[in-house]
Design a protein around this ligand. Structure first.
Ligand code: ADP
Ligand code: ZN
Ligand code: ZN
Length: 728
């Protein structure tokens, strides 16, 4: 049948960094692809995969100029359902990002290219009655065939187990099939077999009850519980109930490093292996998990930011653990807040979403305080363990070794003496922040960034932590040739060396990005620490997150004073979160914990508020400050970032963009240099757009961006819009 000229027009999302969808005619052959289906389409001189986002009978282009899609992929079945298409559309409109990139971000990498196909549901193989008879006859002259039959003796076998037995299992299996000895069937789903958990505390039971009451409808729940208050126990109960009602649960965590522990805990309790999804998996594995989620077979999904876009045809529950964590914000390409999109998604799915954290972001506290989120507080540790006590050490006029005061060293020695573990937290990798010449003051700076090079003693190199530039550390000062180069300030490497010498009888574990780069390194150290022998743990942020170290009773915070001087209005909030997270590592089991904070500003009022009255009061105080200064979450921001190899085109472009700003509803400020003006040899500046409310900001951006795109300078810089920015 030939189509009339009035045939449907396809609105395609194509993975290119251009605004808008692309109009195409359906392929000449076959049925018209429905929304969510993939097609192969000519694009310039290339052939790309496009996703049908909608149908229309109109196009801005005259019909005769419309190009035809080449063919439909995946047997015309839609890969993205209406719910997901709706969410993605909201995303590209809200974050002002290219629709094609937003849509393709929701597909596993293997399906972003024409070759990829959706894998079929996995199969298994079982013996027929004939097969059983043959098995009983013994191997005889066909040991290979008999060997495979034997594998099915006690129940169906999976392709994986057969593959393990023989490389040529397919060939042998085909032979068995021809004989009618083996039949193929769909693999049975693993059924959960939950174990009973501890009896919930009153606080836990209250929160669980409230969240459970919202089953089957949308509500955002802030599960605001100190470390060890039993938030994970609540997740386990909620997930168990979700599985029992044959619905899917999606659990998001900030870091890949946190998944193995959580996977183990879920598996042990629920008797069901969670399906894991994150960017560290192979393309094949991601495809397999994505397909299982889409069939509804994967009932418990656990992953990082990228898992947020997994298909959930039987969605029942969404959980985001450590929801304050910065890694839930995507900082390049399609910049989005996984927390905000998770809330949006839950609303579209009509399911509850749980944001768990000990230190909610001010945005979240604000939403909870005005009743948009249900707020559940867990203020006590579930095991009855006491909250750690704070001790502040005034660094003024006190000498330190590797950044540690005598008070800290004594406390560490005492804890080790008691055969307990100690955590020393420092927010800086490397041996010393800089290699300094004590004759002339020279120190290494990066040629491509506005940053000092960090001295790494292992390998004796100077490394830029911003662009990765690395060079050998000089022996003599490059400026004055003096033999007077020494490390200044302390880094994790230096701490490790110093503490190793000071406490030679105790093992020392350093957790930072350098040390845990190799696969499995983190897990291995983690396991050793969990064995519980007295030890010193030295680490950066990585150590502050969500890990459970039952034998740590002392945490030392070497110094977080930078936050007190920072120009970033979120620095205090982040400092408070980090302090509470570090404190959460101390004294989680039967022994009480202590946190020792070293600072040059023991009298700082916000510090006092945090230590004496807790995070919630601290957050409320910060919120009051934000209100006075009209900063988020009391207002809403977007940033237009631009960068290029030199400064002039960047400033010229931003200036021109500023002149195009439509006004009313929002204001524009700048241009400002980025916090690090030069990074990786690129000059970086930005404009700040601020509106009193979201609609005002959104409208202004929608009117402004087409004009920005049209600027002649837009081609000589790399620019991007970042809605709800977290960094400047
Ligand atoms: P969070 O996720 O808030 O850090 P967890 O759920 O990991 O807290 O609980 C901390 C510790 O307390 C775990 O060892 C957990 O098994 C235990 N725990 C949690 N809830 C209870 C409870 N109701 N009774 C006894 N122990 C509990
Ligand atoms: Zn010098
Ligand atoms: Zn650099």
């Amino acid at each position: 049948m030939t189509r009339t000229p009035q045939e449907t027009i396809l609105k395609l999302a194509i993975p290119v960094p251009l605004p808008g969808l692309f109009d195409y005619l359906p392929p000449r052959e076959g049925p018209c692809p429905p929304p969510g289906a993939r097609v192969l389409a000519p694009f310039g001189r290339r052939r790309l995969v496009g996703v049908v986002v909608g149908h229309s009978d109109r196009s801005e282009l005259p019909r005769q100029r419309l190009v035809r899609a080449i063919r439909v992929l995946d047997d015309c079945q839609p890969l993205l359902n209406t719910e997901m298409l709706g969410l993605l559309q909201w995303c590209w409109r809200y974050y002002k990002h290219a629709p094609g990139e937003v849509v393709f971000n929701a597909l596993p990498p293997a399906l972003r290219v024409p070759g990829g196909t959706v894998p079929a549901a996995p199969l298994q193989y079982r013996l027929t009655a004939g097969g059983r008879e043959r098995l009983a006859e013994g191997a005889g002259r066909a040991p290979a065939q008999w060997g495979l039959l034997k594998l099915m003796e006690h129940g169906p076998a999976s392709p994986e187990s057969l593959r393990q037995a023989r490389r040529d299992w397919r060939k042998v299996l085909a032979r068995l099939g021809e004989q009618g000895w083996v039949a193929e069937e769909m693999r049975a789903l693993e059924e959960p077999a939950p174990q009973a958990g501890p009896k919930l505390t009153r606080e836990q039971a209250g929160a669980l009850e409230a969240i459970r009451d919202d089953r089957g409808r949308f509500r955002c729940h802030l599960l605001d519980g100190v470390t060890g208050s039993g938030k994970t126990e609540i997740y386990l109960k909620l997930v168990e109930e979700t599985l029992r009602s044959e619905r899917q649960a999606l659990v998001l965590v900030p870091e890949i490093g946190l998944t193995p522990q959580l996977v183990r805990r879920f598996h042990e309790r629920l008797g069901l292996q969670p399906a894991v999804y994150h960017s560290g998996l192979s393309d094949g594995e991601r495809l397999r998990v994505w397909a299982a989620a889409r069939r509804g077979d994967a009932r418990l999904l656990l992953g990082t930011r990228s898992a947020l876009f997994l298909p959930l045809p039987k969605a029942g529950l969404l959980i985001m653990d450590e929801s304050h964590d910065a890694s839930f914000k995507q900082q390049d390409g399609f910049r989005f807040s996984a927390r905000d999109v998770a809330v949006k998604r839950a609303s579209g799915l009509q399911i509850p979403v749980v944001l768990g954290t000990a230190t909610p972001s001010l945005e979240t506290v604000h939403n909870a305080a005005r009743g948009r989120y249900a707020w559940h507080r867990l203020r006590d540790r579930a095991t009855g363990a006491a909250q750690p006590g704070w001790r502040v050490v005034d660094l003024c006029g006190r000498s330190t070794e590797a950044g540690l005061s005598d008070v800290a060293l004594e406390a560490i020695a005492a804890a080790l003496e008691r055969r307990e573990q100690v955590l020393v937290f420092l927010n800086r990798r490397g041996y010393a922040p800089v290699l300094l010449c004590h004759e002339c003051g020279w120190h290494g700076t990066c040629r491509r960034c506005d940053a000092n090079l960090t001295w790494h003693r292992s390998g004796n190199s100077l490394v830029c932590h911003h662009c990765g530039h690395m060079r050998e550390a000089p022996r003599l000062c490059p400026d004055c040739s003096a033999d007077a180069l020494h490390g200044a300030g302390a880094g994790t490497e230096q701490l490790e060396r110093f503490l190793g010498r000071r406490f030679p009888d105790f093992p020392l574990y350093r957790f930072d990005r350098d040390r845990t780069r190799h696969k499995g390194a983190f897990e291995e150290m983690y396991r050793s620490v969990r064995e519980g022998r007295p030890a010193v743990l030295v680490g950066t942020q990585m150590l502050a997150k969500g890990h459970h170290f039952p034998r740590v009773t002392l945490a030392v915070i070497v110094n977080l004073d930078q936050a007190l001087y920072s120009g970033d209005f979120r620095a205090m909030e982040r400092m408070g979160q980090l302090m509470m997270q570090v404190a959460g590592r101390a004294g989680r089991a039967e022994r009480p914990g202590e946190v020792l904070l070293q600072t040059f500003h023991p009298e700082h009022p916000l510090l006092g508020r945090l230590l004496e009255e807790g995070y919630e009061r601290f957050a409320m105080e910060l919120l009051a400050e934000r209100r006075l200064s009209g900063l988020p979450p009391m207002s809403h921001q977007a940033v237009l970032r631009a960068e290029a190899g030199s400064r002039e085109p960047v400033q010229a472009f931003l200036q021109a963009a500023m002149d195009e700003f439509p006004g009313n509803g929002a204001s524009v400020f700048g241009p400002f240099p980025a916090q690090m003006e030069r990074r990786g040899g690129r000059w970086r500046w930005y404009l700040l757009v601020q509106g009193r409310n979201r609609p005002g900001l959104q409208t202004a951006l929608d009117r402004w961006l087409p004009a920005v795109r049209g600027l002649s300078g837009a081609r000589s810089v790399r620019w991007a819009i970042d809605v709800d920015p977290q960094e400047f």
